[in-house]
Design a protein around this ligand. Structure first.
Ligand code: G2I
Length: 460
């Protein structure tokens, strides 16, 4: 697919990405080779798109979180505090304090901002539902006008209307639909355009990533808007996906919207799984993230990708889908998951930690070295069981009795619930044929608990 300077990606993505990359690097990241340590934002910018994350005000007091948010991404979406409930809690009283704080952070970091969202049936203050039908169009316009004006030149996209369709392609019966009728969406876009001639105006929804009744309905709406001159610039595909279920038609679907003359953005990407995480699920998830990135990259009008927050610690998923989660590219402790490396690789990076030399196999054995009431120490011995060199190792197991690692040495641990994965440290990955090394940890539990029965060693 040829990329022209006039495509949506060039006008939106490059500007956005370049600003972010330049702020971080003080150099032209667009031509820089893709190193393993390039950020996702930089890798995306080098391909002419942005890679961003949603965030929310309460998270920003977590220093480790804020550091990653500020450095890794080229774009931010305000996850909650631009919604009507926050911005016009009572009629005519506008409050942008929280949203302004996130926009100011993005500006300080050289990141662009997507505005989310002006008209949505959810997180709507109660007073709106009580407005009589004949006054609701004016109330909707006033809300849009005030908010779009407030953020003029500070946001690059607006999700003007969010989630207006049902799965079967019919209109969702929201207060706006019921009181204003089918025309409310076009009216919202016109009001937004009147308040800001430059910002890109998006329709945003979930379950429209693949071809189907819902995306067909959005497609027909966009087509008719284009025919009638209703100002729409883009379609946001939220992409709240399920493990193993990236729609096979995603690229084709993005392309058909692009062919209507609008940009497409993947706006709220996450890929949830049934908990607990396993290595197999992580691998599947990595492939799924890669597939989404590749579908976007394949269409020049796909201007960028935003994850719906970046770490499993902040994800909305577990609270809404009990038993599911681990949907994001960083784990709860801000360690990069295979999904992160797959995204980086799909964006042209090297795909993760330095490649591991050697092709060997390994074994691991687990031994409790001391225990007391409430705790224990254990040692895991890793042995190269092959006749050639081993360049690195990863040991996995599941604690059977609720044990937890309090402190681990000579390795790097990632834990999800009772599942543990320990990679070699920088200095003990290389093992000659038959050689061994060990790592240890301080555990907490009622005594040492049973020894894990599934301990395994593999190359990372
Ligand atoms: O539901 C996931 C997303 C689907 N597409 C539109 C997005 O705007 C939506 O985001 C989520 C936020 O991530 C959640 O954080 O929208 C939810 C509301 O539908 C947000 O949840 C709300 C909780 O329901 C409230 O109880 C809570 O006070 O977040 C609020 C702030 O933490």
């Amino acid at each position: 697919m040829e990329r022209t300077p006039h495509s949506g990606r060039r006008t939106v993505g490059l500007t956005a990405g370049f600003a972010a990359a330049a702020a971080v690097l003080c150099a032209g990241a667009l031509t820089a080779p893709a190193h393993a340590d390039s950020t996702l934002g930089q890798l995306a910018a080098a391909k002419g798109l942005y890679f961003g994350s949603a965030t929310d005000n309460p998270h920003l007091s977590d220093t480790a979180y804020k550091q990653i948010l500020s450095s890794e991404f080229g774009q931010l979406t305000v996850g909650n505090t631009m919604k009507w409930q926050y911005t016009e809690p009572s009629q005519g009283r506008f409050d942008y304090e929280q949203a302004d704080a996130i926009v100011a952070l993005a500006e300080a970091n050289g990141q662009t901002v997507r505005g989310h969202t002006l008209v949505w049936h959810n997180q709507l203050p109660d007073w709106v539902a009580a407005v009589p039908a004949d006054r609701l169009p004016g109330v909707m316009r006033d809300h849009i006008t005030d908010e779009v004006t407030h953020f003029r030149n500070r946001v690059v996209h607006w999700d003007v209307v969010n989630e207006a369709f049902e799965e079967d392609g019919s209109r969702r019966q929201t207060v706006f639909q019921q009181k204003i009728g089918n025309g409310y969406i076009a009216e919202a876009f016109k009001a937004a355009r009147a308040a800001d001639p430059n910002v890109k105006l998006y329709y945003n929804d979930y379950n429209i990533e693949g071809v189907g009744p819902k995306s067909d309905a959005v497609y027909e709406m966009v087509k008719s808007f284009k025919q009638q001159g209703v100002p729409i610039d883009g379609v946001g595909m939220q992409a709240h996906l399920i493990l193993g279920q990236v729609p096979a038609t995603m690229q084709r679907n993005i392309q058909r919207f692009a062919d209507l003359g609008v940009d497409v953005a993947v706006t709220e990407l996450d890929i949830r799984m049934d908990l607990p995480r396993t290595e197999a699920k992580d691998t599947q998830q990595a492939g799924d993230y890669s597939a989404v990135v590749k579908a976007c990259l394949a269409v020049s009008r796909c201007v960028g990708i935003t994850v719906w927050d970046f770490s499993d610690r902040q994800s909305w998923v577990p609270s809404v889908f009990p038993g599911q989660g681990a949907a994001l590219p960083y784990d709860e402790n801000y360690a990069k998951k295979p999904a992160y490396h797959a995204i980086a690789a799909a964006l042209g990076g090297t795909g993760g930690p330095s490649p591991t030399p050697g092709t060997g196999t390994c074994s691991a054995s687990y031994r409790v070295t001391s225990q007391w009431q409430g705790g224990f120490t254990a040692e895991v011995t890793v042995r190269n069981t092959s006749s050639g060199p081993l360049g690195g190792w990863a040991v996995t197991w599941t604690f059977p009795d609720g044990q937890r690692i309090a402190n681990l040495w000579n390795g790097e641990a990632t834990t999800t619930g009772s599942s543990v994965r320990v990679r070699n440290a920088g200095y003990n990955g290389a093992l000659g044929a038959g050689a061994s090394t060990s790592f240890g940890f301080l555990g907490s539990s009622a005594g040492a608990g049973r020894v894990p029965s599934d301990i395994a060693c593999d190359r990372p």
